[in-house]
Design a protein. Structure first.
Length: 127
C-alpha cells in the first residue's frame, strides 16, 4: 500500500471499520471525530460548547500523531445536527486557528453517531 495509518490513544479509537487517519505522501486524511472522551469512549457532555471543544481536542490529537498542527489543515468539514450552533463553531475555531484559515464546509445533518451534535473531519498537507 502507498499509505500509512495514523493512530493515537489520545483520541477515541475507531468505532467501526476505519482508521483515525491515513497518510498518503504529504496529505493526511482524518476520519470524522465526534465528541467522545478517549478514556471512556462516551460522549463528553450534552451541551454544544463541550461537544465542539472535545471534537477539536480529538482532531488535534490525531493531527499531532500525524506530525502536524491545525495550521496544516487545508480542508475542514463540519457536520452539525443544528446549524444554529455554527456561530459557536466559528468562535471556538477562532481560538485555535490562525490565518490563513482552511477551506471549510458546514453541513446540517439529521443525526450523527452516538447522538453527537457535531462531527468534523479534515485533510492536512504536511509538505
Amino acid at each position: 500500500m502507498g499509505f500509512k495509518v495514523v493512530e493515537t490513544k489520545a483520541a477515541p479509537s475507531a468505532i467501526g471499520t476505519y482508521s483515525q487517519a491515513v497518510r498518503s505522501g504529504s496529505l493526511v486524511f482524518l476520519s470524522g471525530q465526534i465528541p467522545l472522551d478517549p478514556a471512556t469512549m462516551s460522549l463528553c457532555a450534552a451541551d454544544p460548547h463541550s461537544q465542539i471543544t472535545q471534537v477539536l481536542d480529538n482532531l488535534e490529537a490525531v493531527i499531532r500523531a500525524a506530525g502536524g498542527e491545525f495550521r496544516h489543515i487545508v480542508k475542514l468539514s463540519v457536520f452539525l445536527t443544528d446549524l444554529a450552533h455554527f456561530p459557536l463553531v466559528n468562535e471556538l475555531m477562532a481560538a485555535r486557528f490562525t490565518p490563513p484559515y482552511p477551506a471549510r464546509s458546514a453541513i446540517g445533518v439529521a443525526s450523527l453517531p452516538r447522538g453527537a451534535l457535531v462531527e468534523m473531519d479534515a485533510i492536512l498537507d504536511l509538505s
